[in-house]
Design a protein around this ligand. Structure first.
Ligand code: HMG
Ligand code: MG
Length: 285
């Protein structure tokens, strides 16, 4: 039976967008529930500037308080050396560096050019290698940038190859603003796959345009077998009208299993985690 892995990013990519500060205990409870679902990798923290993303300011505390399940890797975002040092001290099992295929989003998200962001990752990669910590790489805006418009597939391919060459074990291709379509995803993947094999790629689709499942389907046809998702669709709160975040894990899971893919996830525990996520969103007024 063919397997697809869902990489759960809700406690990071989802919660980082919530306006109300979610108490640390609630974050820990959500992660502890997710630890029982069967994920191999859970992104639960982000060591970025607390002035840029206040919601993630308690990342070290979250990593300290969670009950770590055997066989689960707890991941954290690290934009620079300072972030990596904090992630290491907090005992993150793996970290992720993140860059943009477009200059506009790089400036807005990291306050530097794409080339400068790669320079900042050099010491992170060296320190991670010395500490034996696997590093994942994200490429944002793989089909479209909110500032620069459509992203040339060649720019995505070049950046994905750069991150791979720096030592990232997997590159997650992000439709950051959820405007990709199966056609734009296919056009992008055709070029990226000339540089990086499907086995080293993941799809990271936000669902703003309601096309995330169609984009996952297109990616499956190109051989991708890892997809990022956020429980409850956290990140824009699908339960709040007009907003939507990462594609919801439980929706991806239901759709994949309906198509005959195996995910290794426990549907009932996943539903519990989705209910917890829904409650966290409800707390928002
Ligand atoms: P900067 O202002 O250019 O950085 O921000 P700086 O080096 O000049 O430092 C400014 C201040 O930030 C200093 O503090 C530093 O110590 C502090 P001060 O002396 O003024 O008190 N600082 C830090 N504090 C904590 N942790 C750190 C850190 N680094 C510096 N690691 C910086 C540059 C990268 C820090 C900033 O732009 C930043 O934090 N950006 C992160 C933005 C972010 O987290 N975005 C969301 C995640 S990316 C995403 O969601 C996309 C993804 O899901 C894929 C997709 O969907 O496409 C991954
Ligand atoms: Mg994202």
């Amino acid at each position: 039976m063919s397997r697809v892995e869902i990489f759960e990013v809700g406690p990071r990519d989802g919660l980082q967008n919530e306006q109300r500060f979610i108490p640390t205990g609630d974050k820990v409870a959500l992660v502890d529930c997710l630890s029982r679902v069967g994920f191999k990798r859970l992104e639960v923290a982000s060591f970025v500037s607390p002035r840029w993303v206040p919601q993630m300011a308690d990342s070290a505390e979250v990593l300290r308080q969670i009950a770590r399940a055997p066989g689960v890797r707890y991941a954290a975002l690290t934009p620079n050396q300072k972030g990596f040092d904090a992630a290491l001290a907090a005992r993150a099992d793996e970290v992720a560096i993140f860059a943009s295929a477009s200059e506009g989003f790089s400036r807005a998200n990291l306050n530097c050019s794409v080339a400068e962001s790669l320079q900042r990752f050099v010491p992170v990669m060296a320190a991670a290698s010395a500490a034996g910590i696997p590093v994942r790489g994200y490429v944002s805006c793989v089909t479209e940038c909110p500032y620069d418009g459509p992203t040339p597939p060649a720019a995505v391919a070049r950046l994905a190859a750069d991150l791979r060459d720096m030592g990232c074990y997997e590159i997650s291709l992000g439709d950051t603003i959820g405007r990709a379509t199966p056609d734009s995803v296919a056009a992008m993947l055709r070029v990226v796959l000339q540089e990086v094999p499907a086995a080293q790629l993941a799809g990271h689709f936000h669902d703003t345009g309601g096309m995330a499942l169609a984009n996952i389907e297109a990616s499956l046809e190109f051989g991708l077998r890892v997809f990022d998702a956020a429980v409850g669709g956290l990140g824009g709160c699908p339960y709040a009208p007009g907003a939507s975040g990462n594609v919801a894990t439980e929706v991806v899971h239901e759709w994949l299993t309906g198509m005959g893919w195996q995910t290794g996830l426990d549907r009932d525990v996943l539903a519990q985690a989705a209910a917890m996520a829904r409650d966290l969103c409800k707390g928002e007024s």
